[in-house]
Design a protein around this ligand. Structure first.
Ligand SMILES: Nc1ncnc2c1ncn2[C@@H]1O[C@H](COP(=O)(O)OP(=O)(O)O)[C@@H](O)[C@H]1O
Ligand SMILES: [Mg+2]
Length: 314
C-alpha cells in the first residue's frame, strides 16, 4: 500500500506571501511525523492543504491514498483533524459534542453512544463528560479536540499544534494520548509543533519548516548527530589528568574544558561512551564525574536557519 501522506512540490501563496514553498513529504504507515517550525513558518497552511481545507496553488498531495484536490471527500472520510483554535460551543458538554460528531459522521445511535464512552475514557475525560466545555481547562479542551477527531476511526490523524499554550504536565498527558493511540490503533499521526522537546519526544521523524520551506528532515537522532558530535566531559584528579587525556583523545578531538576536567567531541556519538569509560577503567583511572552534552534540535534549527527557535517567541 502506498504511503498515507505524500506531497510533491506542494505550494501555497497568499498574494505575495509564499506560505508553503514546494514541500515534499513522505510519511509511512503508523509513523508519528513531526512538522517543526516557528510561528508563520507555514505549518497550518500545509495542514490545511493536506486535509482538503485549502487548495494548493501548485504541486500535489495524496492522503490515505487519494488526491487531496481531486478526491477530497474520500480523503476526508479517512482522516481526523484537530485544528489550531477550533471553535467549540462552550455551553455544550463534552459528551454532547462527541454525540454530535458521531451524528455528523453517520454513526448509528447505538454504536455512537458506545464510541463516545470509549473515546472519553481514552482521553481521560469520563468524569468531565457531562460538564460544559466552557469550564474545561486548556489541557481538557485539547484532549476533547483529540477525541472529536477520532470519532470515525481515522487512518491518518492531523494535529495542528496540539499542545501550544498548555502547561508542561498537560502537555505530557497529551503526548501520552497520542503515543497510545498511535501504538494501540496504528494511526499515522502528522503533528505540527513549535516546541523542540515535543518533536524530539514524540516524533520518529521530523521535518523542520522555515519560511515555507523544509530545511531539514530525518529522525531527531540523525539530525542532531549531523550537527556535531556530543561533548563528553569527565573530571579526574589532577595527577591522572595527563593519562586520562591520552585515553580520551583516542575517542575524539579535545574540546575546551575547565580545570581538572577533560572534554572531547565523542566521534561515535552517545553510544561510544561505554568504550571510553572502559578504556579509562582499564588504565586504572578514577573518574569523579561524567557529563554528556548532546546537540539539541535547537542546534539543528540554528544550523539550518542561522536563528534560534527556543526563546524566539512564546
Ligand atoms: N489566509 C491567509 N491570508 C494571507 N496570509 C496568510 C493566510 N494564512 C496564512 N498566511 C500567511 O502565511 C504564512 C504561513 O502561515 P501559517 O501557515 O499560519 O504558519 P504557522 O502555522 O507555521 O504559524 C504567514 O506569513 C501567514 O501570515
Ligand atoms: Mg499555525
Amino acid at each position: 500500500m502506498e504511503n498515507p501522506i505524500e506531497a510533491v512540490d506542494l505550494s501555497r501563496a497568499f498574494g505575495e506571501i509564499q506560505a508553503v514553498d514546494s514541500i515534499n513529504l513522505s510519511v509511512s504507515h503508523g509513523e508519528v511525523f513531526g512538522f517543526l517550525g516557528p510561528n508563520g513558518a507555514g505549518k497550518s497552511t500545509a495542514v490545511r492543504m493536506l486535509t482538503t481545507l485549502l487548495k494548493p496553488t501548485s504541486g500535489s498531495a495524496c492522503v490515505a491514498g487519494f488526491d487531496v484536490v481531486k478526491k477530497a471527500p474520500s480523503v476526508r472520510k479517512r482522516i481526523g483533524v484537530a485544528l489550531q483554535d477550533a471553535a467549540i460551543d462552550p455551553l455544550m458538554t463534552g459528551n454532547e459534542l462527541l454525540r454530535l460528531q458521531c451524528v455528523l459522521h453517520g454513526l448509528p445511535k447505538r454504536s455512537g453512544e458506545k464510541r463516545c464512552k470509549e473515546l472519553l475514557e481514552r482521553v481521560g475525560l469520563t468524569l468531565a463528560g457531562d460538564r460544559r466545555v466552557g469550564a474545561y481547562s486548556g489541557g481538557m479542551r485539547r484532549r476533547l479536540d483529540l477525541a472529536l477527531s477520532l470519532v470515525h476511526e481515522p487512518e491518518v490523524l492531523f494535529l495542528d499544534e496540539p499542545t501550544t499554550g498548555l502547561d508542561p504536565t498537560s502537555r505530557m498527558a497529551l503526548w501520552e494520548e497520542v503515543r497510545s493511540l498511535n501504538q494501540e490503533l496504528g494511526t499515522t499521526v502528522f503533528l505540527t509543533t513549535q516546541y523542540l522537546e515535543e518533536a524530539d519526544q514524540l516524533a520518529e521523524r521530523i521535518a523542520i519548516i522555515d519560511n515555507g520551506k523544509i530545511v531539514r528532515e530525518g529522525s531527531p537522532i540523525s539530525l542532531k548527530s549531523a550537527v556535531g558530535a556530543p561533548t563528553l566531559r569527565i573530571d579526574v584528579s589532577e595527577d591522572s589528568l595527563e593519562a586520562a587525556r591520552i585515553v580520551m583523545t583516542r575517542f575524539g578531538e579535545e574540546r575546551p574544558a575547565r580545570r581538572n576536567r577533560i572534554a572531547i567531541g565523542l566521534d561515535r556519538g552517545t553510544p561510544g561512551i561505554t568504550d571510553v569509560m572502559k578504556a579509562l577503567e582499564e588504565d586504572g583511572l578514577e573518574v569523579h564525574h561524567v557529563e554528556l552534552d548532546e546537540p539539541s534540535l535547537d542546534d539543528v534549527f540554528a544550523d539550518a536557519t542561522g536563528r534560534r527557535l527556543e526563546g524566539g517567541q512564546a
